[in-house]
Design a protein around this ligand. Structure first.
Ligand SMILES: [Zn+2]
Ligand SMILES: [Zn+2]
Ligand SMILES: [Zn+2]
Ligand SMILES: [Zn+2]
Length: 259
């Protein structure tokens, strides 16, 4: 079923709502103001979007301090959008992608606990950025990075550095905006908002159901009846690998509510 829901987010500073396409332009006006009053340092306005395999409506706008580490961003993304069962993840700079790597060499280094050597290999061969690296040593305006969580049932994100500021961010990572819960309609009847997703059929055309259609789906899909019925949550990982929601900003993590 063709879905065309709105994607909009609230500005943390003034509480006004903007469409995905305009939110970061708006946030820049606040951050320009911070330049006058904030402590000197370096920080970045970063947008996080879906790269592939999930709907494009999801977004985060983050103000990230240069002293934060890539691993801090990884933790933040896991906490708000991704963590299901501790999968591996990686940031990659597609421009630094080398010629691929020797899989067995990588495994061997990991098994021997040679973390630094492993990181060097992965950086040179796959453009992977070590989690220990400071953000200020990686980010610059217009940089685009890929992020992958779970090298299997992957969630692929893209980070874009929109602007660099010569001021400290007010936190290591401050959530300036995210898409409000999206109004997904039931894939089956197309009439009312969906409330549940089937994790077995998550890659298929029909996976999100209203309560009524969920009852029907349970008759056709024994797994759904058994274990695969998941709540709708506000994340591109919704329904994948039993993901059931984040641990931060949880008040915006539920289903769409008509206000
Ligand atoms: Zn604002
Ligand atoms: Zn998982
Ligand atoms: Zn329905
Ligand atoms: Zn199903």
């Amino acid at each position: 079923m063709e879905q065309n829901p709105k994607s909009e987010g609230k500005c943390l500073f003034c509480g006004k709502t903007f469409a995905k396409a305009g939110i970061n332009r708006h946030l820049k006006t606040h951050l320009d103001e911070k330049l006058k009053t904030g402590k000197s340092g370096v920080s970045f306005l970063v947008k996080v979007e879906v790269q592939k395999w999930a709907p494009k409506e999801y977004f985060l706008s983050l103000w990230i301090d240069g002293e934060a580490k890539m691993g801090d961003i990884d933790t933040f993304l896991r906490n708000i959008w991704l963590e299901c069962c501790g999968h591996m993840s990686a940031f990659r700079n597609p421009k630094n992608r080398g010629n691929g790597w020797d899989f067995f060499e990588a495994i061997e280094l990991m098994e021997q606990g040679k973390v630094k050597a492993y990181e060097k290999l992965m950086e040179e061969s796959a453009g992977e950025i070590p989690m220990s690296r400071k953000v200020k040593d990686v980010f610059q305006k217009d940089l685009k990075l890929e992020y992958e969580y779970d090298f299997g049932s992957s969630t692929y994100l893209q980070l874009t550095v929109i602007e660099e500021y010569s001021v400290k961010a007010e936190k290591k990572i401050l959530l300036l905006s995210r898409n409000e819960p999206i109004q997904w309609l039931c894939d089956k009847c197309g009439k009312v908002p969906a409330t549940q997703i089937c994790s077995v059929h998550v890659w298929e055309e029909e996976s999100k159901f209203c309560n009524k259609c969920a009852k029907k789906h349970a008759k056709e899909c024994p797994d759904f009846d058994d274990y695969a019925a998941m709540p709708l949550v506000n994340s591109p990982r919704m329904g994948v690998c039993a993901y059931e929601g984040g641990t931060i900003d949880t008040e915006r993590d539920g289903v769409f509510v008509n206000k």
